[in-house]
Design a protein around this ligand. Sequence first.
Ligand SMILES: [Fe+2]
Ligand SMILES: [Fe+2]
Length: 169
Amino acid sequence: MAIHRPMKKALTRELDYFRSVAATIAEHKNMQKTRKLTQHGSVSVFAHSVAVAYYSVKLAKKLGISCDKRSLIRGAMLHDFFLYDWHKIINVGDGLHGFAHPATASKNAVRDFRLNKRELDIIRKHMWPLTLTKIPKYRESWLVCAADKYCSLLETFGLNKYDDNTFLK
Ligand SMILES: [Fe+2]
Ligand SMILES: [Fe+2]
């Protein structure tokens, strides 16, 4: 079935917006380094981060959740901005990677970008419920928390159909 022209235009506008916001993070030299770091299976941290941002937006739309889309995309792009190979460095000083990397990612993100409270909450709380006391505060944080788990499952079982450039073109 052909997509109605106004609907197609709206979808193109949404994708253009996603790409323009994601690019403000993706182009940073430290974010570019995440292309070389593996997240799950054959998926880089870069591809994972972009996919989580993309699916967070899709989930918000599907559930009809209105939110700060710019913060949602930026926070998701930076949620795993820990910048080390977690397959080699299991214990990063502050504890095991799974528990400690949200704090490391937020420290790196604050150093390299100007972030608002929603973006910071997204990064710091995305591992809930593993990090039991770090409960997401904003709807944007809940969306990223859910999209992260969805993407991680796809990647772990090799079911993802995306790579570094799929959603950015
Ligand atoms: Fe993470
Ligand atoms: Fe993640």
